[in-house]
Design a protein. Structure first.
Length: 124
């Protein structure tokens, strides 16, 4: 599944293929499974040179896929050549902390729905 996530980022022009290898390396360092059926695969800090622009993908697996001993329904691959991804991770953590919001994200059917759920609240 990490290969598929990396291919998405390469396909949208956000990364070089070498970034995908760094996603595998990150997974060996620390699992990117976040709980509640979500994973956020991303590369190592050393791989930032292979990122052309900050981007994220959104892959849904309605039947679930095995991910390091867990079942994942949504993978959100992230590419960033700076610390921009920290805000994305924070927003995602907030969504996952609320079971109702996590379920909405899991069942989102459009990019707009995903972005609305991950957008920071006004004033944050």
């Amino acid at each position: 599944m990490i290969r598929l996530c990396g291919d998405i980022l390469v396909g949208i022009g956000a990364t070089d293929p070498a970034y995908t290898d760094a996603m595998f390396a990150r997974e060996l360092q620390v699992a990117t499974y976040m709980g509640n059926g979500f994973a956020i695969p991303h590369g190592t800090n050393e791989a930032r040179a292979h990122v052309k622009r900050t981007a994220l993908g959104f892959l849904q697996f309605p039947e679930g896929v095995e991910w390091e001993g867990h079942t994942v329904y949504v993978a959100i691959p992230i590419a960033s050549n700076s610390d921009e991804h920290v805000g994305i991770l924070g927003a995602l953590a907030g969504v996952l902390a609320d079971p109702a919001s996590a379920e909405k994200l899991r069942k989102a059917t459009s990019p707009d729905e995903v972005m609305e759920l991950l957008a920071p609240e006004e004033g944050e």
